[in-house]
Design a protein around this ligand. Sequence first.
Ligand code: CA
Length: 222
Amino acid sequence: MDGIVLLIEDEEEIADLLRLVFEKEGFRLLHAASGEKGLSLMTERSPRAVLLDLGLPGIDGMEVCRQIRATSDVPIIMLTARDDEIDKVVGLEIGADDYVTKPFSPREVVARVKAVLRRSEQQPEAPAAITIADFEIDSGRRTVRTPAGDVVEPTAREFDLLWHLARNRGIVLSRSQLLEAVWGYDYFGESRTVDVHVRQLRKKLPDVPIETVWGVGYKMGR
Ligand code: CA
């Protein structure tokens, strides 16, 4: 793979570390040390993917993410300093595609970038709809119509997870199977990602029968 990856990160050491690995893999890493600089490089250079630090001086990573999302579908991977920031990143629905917790291995970051690029380049499957417990899950519109007729729009990743569970209705799927199918990378020890997204889906669609199978994973009931 090749192309420009934009890194928005105020720590020089991290930038140096990532630059080495990305260049070895054939990417060009552009580094911006602030959100402001990152946003201007974003419009000047149209990178294929963005690595975005959550804790930046000036405009913070969340706001940078929102501003990029307002105009672009570029894959965004958040770099978060602490495990407990994950809920914040996912929960606020700022539109990031993935996140990596610091300290990370640079190879893992490259793997994530490749995975989001592969996903964003995949041909979408033919649109279809699946009805579960009177909820109509529409893969063309990427929305869910409730039995009361309301239309709910999950985030992109929440929808992919819901769709994958719905297509495999009645089958127990482990967290690593879900990570592989929906996030597209091998299990890196971040199975909490799946739990956080299931929690968000249950909040938005409490009556869709996503069942927890203790010690294994999840399954869509009937
Ligand atoms: Ca930082």
